[in-house]
Ligand binder design. Structure first.
Ligand SMILES: Cc1ncc(C[n+]2csc(CCOP(=O)(O)OP(=O)(O)O)c2C)c(N)n1
Ligand SMILES: [Mg+2]
Length: 610
């Protein structure tokens, strides 16, 4: 029996190497869902079929596809029905687009016989996806077009590192496939496969970059997610230049933080060492980063700069770099390295490690400030950092968890870290962690998230995990929920950026116990309300042989002020407090303690455990 369009499309994806699709059914994709069943039966003996992971909400399928792409480097694929299902995908697709990872969205559509009649669940999906999947979106109208459309959608997503979309009208899904389009006019003969180019600047441009970097006395590097795959070369270049290196948040796992010249993250969520390095450097080398906050880079005219990025559009955007080199990170650094002279003066790196030590002492001191209305979240993250299992995969949600993770979670070799970077959408940490578990079943994903994100959709997605948990020989996966009864990140942003007081109607959240909810699902739920219980609770969470929700009652009055607050931010904050912020009294007390800790960091009294 010939394959139908759906079966052929899935077989073609299989040939491309796709082995997992995240999705949710609907009658707009009945043909594709039935095709999945047929595909799996056909591949049962070989045991290599495409797996279908059923989520609770299509947005989560898109987040999982995005996370799969981020953590594995492969194409992520998600599937949703026409109309509402396709619309639900959007946020997760933008997450992938904005962070430049390859994701293919497959959706249904009204039948070709009904299209254009405002039919049930008919939405102009081609237009809807035109922006997010602008690189390639097509509504299939003929079985003979399926082969080239699939090939092009996959290749375009991989090549341009972006989102593409294939829209399948209902009736088309069940038509007989045309596996070999005829060798005739109006048909195509497409193929599978893609080899990414080695993109390296011309020698003369590399030499100019090397001259500029060789001339620098205090070189700072900023590395982003574009530097993944170039880790060793980055380290070699940094050593040659005796440079310090800060990391954009998405590139946090590019270099381990135990190297003394790695300063961690940069900016409002960054470290003192990164901030001071950017202020004091005379040369900046940016590698694979689209870091948006130009104000945290060296001041105009304060440093000379070189940038390396595979995408010309991202060059010379945030900082007036003298040399903007188009190139893939590893290939370009490899070509640059022999042109760099070995610097011998260690004083710049020495000053960086001194500032690092000072920043660490400030952070440790701040973490020891007792919470008023719950545990100090910094304490939670410091304790967590000491206990993270090796090779764990960390995901963080939009919210204060990302702040604390950025500053307090130190990357060790072999760990992975990601989050919704460019879009910074809430609700991504839980699906990211679940997708990480599917991709790396022998590792422990650790989702760092807030009560708001859990209430938004994290709770629902735990149900997805419940369905699949039995599959994993090692089912360890930990969800750390900072329950502060508040949309705290925004509460602080309003205070610091806008000078607006806390507005409970919009900012406060009902107190819902995520630990109790975890137990309802049959998972382990640990609820910590006293800071002295943190170490044992965290150890118990990582020792568990199954999913754990570690809910920590944290204090919403601990300020998000970074160790390097600007006067303007401090002023906005003070004016918010004067505008009768309902949390004013405790928030002021906590912030003053934080500032004092910044001025007089003491040696931590806690003993290092790991
Ligand atoms: C989908 C979406 N809606 C709104 C926001 C704005 N936002 C960013 S962080 C945040 C608060 C998150 O609250 P919670 O998850 O409780 O974490 P907390 O900051 O309290 O630790 C909000 C509303 C966003 N980033 N994404
Ligand atoms: Mg919260």
């Amino acid at each position: 029996m010939p394959q139908n369009v759906s079966e052929f499309m899935l077989e073609r994806l299989h040939t491309w190497g796709v082995r997992r699709i995240f999705g949710f059914p609907g009658d707009g994709i009945n043909g594709i869902i039935a095709g999945l069943d047929a595909h799996q039966k056909q591949h049962a003996e070989a045991g290599d079929a495409i797996d279908f992971i059923q989520v609770r909400h299509e947005e989560q399928a898109a987040f999982m596809a995005c996370a799969h792409a981020k953590f594995t480097g492969e194409l992520g694929v998600c599937l949703a029905t026409s109309g509402p299902g396709a619309i639900h995908l959007l946020n997760g697709l933008y997450d992938a687009k904005n962070d430049h990872v390859p994701v293919l969205a497959l959706t249904g559509q009204a039948a070709t016989t009904a299209m254009g009649s405002e039919y049930q669940q008919e939405v102009d999906l081609h237009t809807l996806f035109k922006d997010v999947a602008g690189e390639y979106v097509v509504t299939l109208m003929s079985p003979a077009a399926v082969r080239h459309a699939v090939d092009r959608a996959v290749r375009s997503a991989l090549g341009a590192r972006t989102v593409t979309a294939l829209i399948f009208p209902k009736d088309l899904q069940e038509e007989d496939a045309v596996e070999e389009p005829p060798h005739l006019m109006n048909f195509n003969a497409s193929s599978v496969g893609f080899a990414a180019a080695r993109i390296v600047p011309r020698d003369a441009d590399l030499q100019r970059a090397a001259d500029l970097l060789n001339a620098g006395r205090r070189v700072a590097i900023l590395a982003g997610a574009g530097a993944f795959g170039a880790e060793d070369l980055l380290e070699a270049v940094a050593d040659r230049l005796q440079a310090g290196c800060a990391k954009a948040l998405l590139g946090k796992a590019v270099l381990p933080d135990d190297l003394p010249w790695v300063t961690g993250t940069l900016g409002l969520l960054g470290t003192l060492a990164s901030s001071e390095m950017m202020t004091a450097c005379d040369t900046l080398l940016m590698v694979g980063t689209n870091y948006p906050y130009a104000q945290f880079l060296p001041g105009n005219g304060k440093a000379r700069g070189v940038q390396i990025d595979v995408n010309p559009a991202r060059l010379g955007m945030r900082f007036p770099t003298e040399l903007n080199l188009q190139g893939s990170a590893a290939d370009t650094l490899e070509a640059l390295l022999p042109m760099l002279q070995q610097k011998t003066d260690t004083s710049w790196r020495d000053s960086i490690s001194q500032t690092r030590a000072k920043g660490d002492r400030i952070d440790a001191t701040r973490a020891e400030i007792g919470g008023i209305d719950g545990i100090n979240p910094e304490d939670l993250f410091v304790e967590l950092n000491r206990r993270l299992p090796s090779r764990c995969i960390i995901t963080a949600d939009a919210g204060t968890s990302t702040n604390w993770a950025a500053r307090h979670i130190a990357m060790r070799r072999g760990m992975k870290f990601s989050l919704s970077g460019g879009l910074a959408t809430m609700g991504s940490a839980v699906p990211y962690a679940i997708a990480a578990k599917f991709a790396f079943p022998d590792r422990t994903p650790v989702a760092l998230t807030g009560d708001g994100a859990m209430q938004m959709n994290g709770m629902n997605e735990l149900i997805t995990l419940k369905r699949y948990v039995e599959r994993f020989a090692d089912p360890s996966i930990v969800f750390v929920v900072a329950n502060n009864r508040d949309l705290n990140q925004v509460t602080w942003e309003m205070r610091i950026e806008t000078g607006a007081p806390d507005y409970p109607a919009s900012q406060h959240l009902p107190d819902v116990s995520m630990a109790a909810y975890a137990k309802l699902l049959g998972f382990e739920g640990i609820h910590v309300t006293r800071e002295q219980d943190l170490p044992t609770a965290i150890d118990a969470a990582f020792a568990a042989r199954g999913p754990v929700v570690l809910e920590v009652r944290t204090d919403p009055t601990i300020s998000m002020l970074p160790p390097h607050v600007t006067r303007r931010q401090a002023k906005s904050f003070a004016s918010a407090m004067l505008k009768h912020d309902p949390e004013a009294a405790p928030a002021i007390v906590q912030s003053v303690k934080g500032v004092i800790a910044g001025m007089f960091p003491q040696k931590s009294t806690r003993t290092e455990q790991h």
